[in-house]
Structures are given as structure tokens and as C-alpha cells.
Design a protein around this ligand. Structure first.
Ligand SMILES: [Zn+2]
Length: 528
């Protein structure tokens, strides 16, 4: 008994069976009906989405005994031979293995003979981008004056490697990646037809793991049924295909978001122990982050992001907790990691752990930076001085920790009851408030400020103390104006009266953001 792999058994045999490429099927069908086919087509697209199948279907449509027809009979000799290979008038060449000029000369010689039996002489060249330069030259000569009975069908995953002279003589069709949900449905049909049992969540995971390539998904299904005992589970999928259960990514990135180094290291350990490689980790992690990014940018409209209902809310919460900036940074770090792994493959695991740990800290770094830059407008107006102080020093507040169920450690440091002079107010946010009141004063303070801290009066903290570089008499007068001082003291976020002190010593360079970062992290920090 010979076993036919699923991908071959369920290869589309008619235009109706080609999945997810309606734009191409429609265009080809119309051209066929109107007898307006081009002489050369370039079928472009990722692997396993139906390029070669479509080429064969078109060949059958043209050469079927019942044809030309949109519905080849699949029974006649030409139809069957095209499906199995070995049709005298349909020549299939794999550009990857026959990339020499001799192979293409063979085409040149043959193309001018009339078809031996059928209507058209059809040349299907798969992976055409792999042909050598001289082979392309020879092909070009053929394409310049093709005889009427010849049709060229080129398939490629990499169109930019094909000379423009060739491309310009072809009609180009771009195949799309298939939607995960379509792949999942197709896998379900196959299982039914094969009398195989598989949970929907397993098929969904296979579909998402293959990123839009149906053939890969079918191969993985083959693998899964060959190796699993009984109906395959997500655990089988992890062991056999190295595809981590979707919720593992959630747990890992929750740990990154919360800066929980132990959980991060355990995640990596678990993934590798289950047979995945560091590279798999990066690839799948990138997809998981991409999903979160899509969720946050597109919300419910995010296509292809169809999390199982039981963890959808967790995923949404995580996406929101990260926010766009941090997700984009995280993606960038994972891409950089891939490059570093190429340079130092032996250190792959250390690089992976290092990157994730840094990513966890970067989360805080970015948060702090954002506060310092006053981008979070909501921080100051309602916040008490103590809360503002706690945020500036980098500790988390309850409002930034979404309640998202298991594994969360939502226990921020308790805010001190009242500010002490050692704590610092949120300077940029304060300046922003000043600017709303008077841009002249805001410019002046921004220009002169050395330090702004909570002021300690006789009865405890009472307002702000500004240490300023020397002022002109006019500036001093403006700041000490009683009306202005009262207005400043009453600004949203102001803890009370403002005291201005001029510094008479040597001038310090001013770098409040850098100071805060250095203070928070110690030393210098390279931000990737
Ligand atoms: Zn036929």
C-alpha cells in the first residue's frame, strides 16, 4: 500500500478548488473564456499557496480532451498525465535543479515544434528565479517570439531575482498568503475525509504555525497524525512540530511586561526542553508580538488574529498593558536578536535570554522616558504629589497593571504618605502646565532650571523648590510677582507654593532625562 501525503492527495485539481486566490482564478477564467490568454505568466507568491497547482490546472483546462474548458474533465489522458507528470506536451521544469543553460536550450529547441498530441505546448518552470544568467538569456530569446501554440507558466517565491526583461514579457499574478481561518477549515475538511480526529484548537495552531502556507500546514498535519497516539493534542504539536501552545506566549510576554526575570528564564527553558530551537522561539515570538500589535492598532478588526475565546481577554489586556511603543521596540529587539544569533550561533540561548531580560527592563525604561518627556498628559493633573513622585522614580502604580488573571503580581510599592525633599516632582509635566499658563515663564524655567524638588517647610513638605541658574533682575521680578506666584502654586499637579532659589555656584550641565535614566538604572544604558 502506498501512502500519498495529504498535501498531494488534496492538491487542488480544478479552479474551483483553488483556495484564497479568487482574483487570479477569475482573471484566468475570463481570459480563457475570451480566448485572450497571454503567452507567458509569472505566478508570484509564498510557498505552498497554489502557484504550481494553478499552473497545472490551466494546462489541463487548455489541453483537456473536452477543452479548452474551465472545468477540465480530469479523466482524459492529457488531464491525468498532467496531474501525474509525464505529458508529452506539458513540460515541467524545476528551476532549482535544472538551472543550466542547456535545460533552457532544450526548451528553445522544443518550443518551435508543434504539440505532439494536444492543443498547446506548455512549459511550467517552478522556482524560475533559480535559473542561471545564461539560462535567462536563452529564455528571453524564446519569449521574444514565442510561437502561437506555446504557453509559459513561471512560478516564483522571489520575483526580484528575475531579470526585468523577463518579467516585462509576462503577465504577473500575485498569490496571497491564505487566511489562517481558511487553512483551518481546509484541514478540518481533510480530517473529515480521512476519518481523522483532531480538536479545532489543534488545527488552529497548525494553521497559525504555517503562516498562510497551506502545503506546509498539510505536511504538518501528516507529521502529527503519523506520530501522535490517538487524536493529536496541543502537547503533541509542541513535541512534534516545536509549535508552542499559544498561551505559553501569553505567559512569557506577560512576564516580560511585568519584568519577572525568573518566569522569563523558565519560559525559555521550557520551550527548549520541548524540542524547539532558539530560532523557532524567535520566529514564533515575533508572530505573537505581531498579533498583539495588530490587536492594539486594529482592535477587533485585526485580521487573522482570532484567539481562542478563553484567552482573548488576557491577550487584549496584555496588548494594552504593553502599548504600541513597547510592542514596536520588542519587535525590533527580536529582529536584532535574529541577526546576533547568525553571528554567534553558539551563544544563541544566552542571546535569547539576554534579549528577553533586557526587553523586560526596557519596558520600564520606556515608561520612565515617556513620563519624563511629559508625553503622558494624564499623569499630573489629578495625581497627588506623592503619586507623581513614585512614578518618576520608576515604581509601578496600580493603574498601570491591568487585572488580567493568573500569574500577575500586582503589588506596587506603597506610596509614601507625603513627599519628602529627596523625591522629585514630574518636571516636564509641571512645565507643560506652566506653559498653559504662561509660555514666557515656561521658557524661562526651562532655560534656567537646575533642579526642581519638593520643598520642606517647618511643618513638613509644602510646595516646590526650584533651583535656578542666575536670573536677570527682570526675570526675577516676573517670577516673584505675587499674582504669578499664586497662579503657579494653583496649577494642576502643583503641591503648593513655589520657592525660587538662584544658584550662585558653577553651572552644571542640564540633562534631566539622562539624569533620571541614570538614576533609575545606574550607570549608562544602551537603548537598542
Ligand atoms: Zn480532460
Amino acid at each position: 500500500m502506498t501512502y500519498r501525503v495529504l498535501a498531494r492527495k488534496y492538491r487542488p485539481r480544478t479552479f474551483a478548488e483553488v483556495m484564497g486566490q479568487d482574483h487570479i482564478v477569475t482573471a484566468l477564467s475570463r481570459a480563457l473564456q475570451r480566448d485572450r490568454l497571454a503567452q507567458a505568466y509569472l505566478l508570484v507568491g509564498p510557498r505552498g499557496v497554489g502557484k504550481t497547482s494553478t499552473a497545472r490546472i490551466l494546462a489541463k483546462s487548455l489541453n483537456c480532451d473536452q477543452g479548452p474548458t474551465l472545468d477540465p474533465c480530469l479523466q482524459c489522458d492529457p488531464c491525468r498525465e498532467i496531474e501525474l507528470g509525464g505529458n508529452v506536451d506539458v513540460v515541467e521544469i524545476d528551476g532549482a535543479s535544472n538551472n543550466g543553460v542547456d535545460d533552457v536550450r532544450g526548451i528553445r529547441d522544443r518550443v518551435h515544434y508543434r504539440p505532439m498530441r494536444d492543443r498547446f505546448k506548455i512549459f511550467i518552470i517552478d522556482e524560475v528565479q533559480r535559473l542561471s544568467g545564461p539560462a535567462f538569456d536563452a529564455l528571453l530569446k524564446t519569449l521574444e517570439e514565442p510561437p502561437g501554440h506555446a504557453l509559459f507558466l513561471f512560478a516564483t517565491t522571489d520575483p526580484h531575482k528575475i531579470p526585468e526583461t523577463i518579467v516585462s514579457r509576462c503577465q504577473v499574478f500575485e498569490f496571497r498568503r491564505l487566511r489562517e481561518v481558511d487553512i483551518q477549515n481546509k484541514l478540518a475538511q481533510i480530517c473529515q475525509a480521512e476519518n481523522l480526529e483532531a480538536e479545532a484548537e489543534v488545527l488552529a495552531a497548525v494553521a497559525r504555525g504555517c503562516r498562510g502556507g497551506l502545503r506546509d500546514a498539510e505536511s504538518m498535519l501528516d507529521q502529527l497524525f503519523a506520530a501522535a497516539e490517538g487524536a493529536p493534542t496541543l502537547d503533541d504539536l509542541e513535541m512534534i512540530a516545536g509549535l508552542a501552545r499559544p498561551e505559553r506566549w501569553l505567559s512569557l510576554f506577560e512576564a516580560v511586561e511585568q519584568d519577572q526575570p525568573q518566569a522569563i528564564l523558565q519560559s525559555v527553558e521550557g520551550f527548549l526542553a520541548r524540542g524547539g530551537t532558539e530560532r523557532d522561539f524567535v520566529e514564533q515570538g515575533v508572530e505573537a508580538i505581531r498579533d498583539l500589535l495588530h490587536l492594539i492598532l486594529l482592535g477587533e478588526d485585526a485580521r487573522g488574529v482570532e484567539p481562542a475565546p478563553e484567552w482573548r481577554s488576557r491577550q487584549l489586556a496584555l496588548a494594552k498593558a504593553f502599548g504600541r511603543d513597547r510592542l514596536e521596540s520588542l519587535l525590533g529587539m527580536l529582529f536584532a536578536l535574529e541577526g546576533r544569533m547568525n553571528q554567534a550561533p553558539l551563544a544563541a540561548r544566552a542571546l535569547l535570554e539576554w534579549t528577553l531580560l533586557r526587553a523586560a527592563r526596557l519596558s520600564r525604561l520606556l515608561e520612565t522616558g515617556r513620563w519624563l518627556q511629559g508625553l503622558e498628559t494624564s499623569v499630573v493633573p489629578e495625581a497627588s504629589p506623592s503619586a507623581a513622585a513614585a512614578q518618576v522614580t520608576g515604581s509601578r502604580t496600580p493603574t498601570t497593571s491591568p487585572a488580567t488573571g493568573a500569574g500577575r503580581q500586582a503589588s506596587p510599592e506603597p506610596a509614601p504618605p507625603s513627599p519628602t525633599p529627596a523625591q522629585k516632582p514630574n518636571l516636564p509635566a509641571l512645565l507643560k502646565q506652566v506653559r498653559r499658563h504662561s509660555s514666557t515663564i515656561a521658557d524661562l524655567l526651562e532655560d534656567r532650571v537646575i533642579e526642581c524638588r519638593f520643598h520642606l517647610g517647618e511643618n513638613g513638605p509644602d510646595g516646590l523648590q526650584w533651583l535656578l541658574r542666575p536670573l536677570t533682575a527682570q526675570d526675577r521680578e516676573m517670577l516673584e510677582d505675587p499674582m504669578e506666584k499664586r497662579a503657579l502654586a494653583d496649577l494642576p499637579g502643583s503641591p503648593g507654593p513655589w520657592h525660587f532659589v538662584e544658584d550662585q555656584g558653577p553651572q552644571k550641565p542640564i540633562d534631566p532625562i539622562g539624569d533620571q535614566l541614570r538614576e533609575t538604572f545606574g550607570g549608562t544604558e544602551e537603548v537598542p
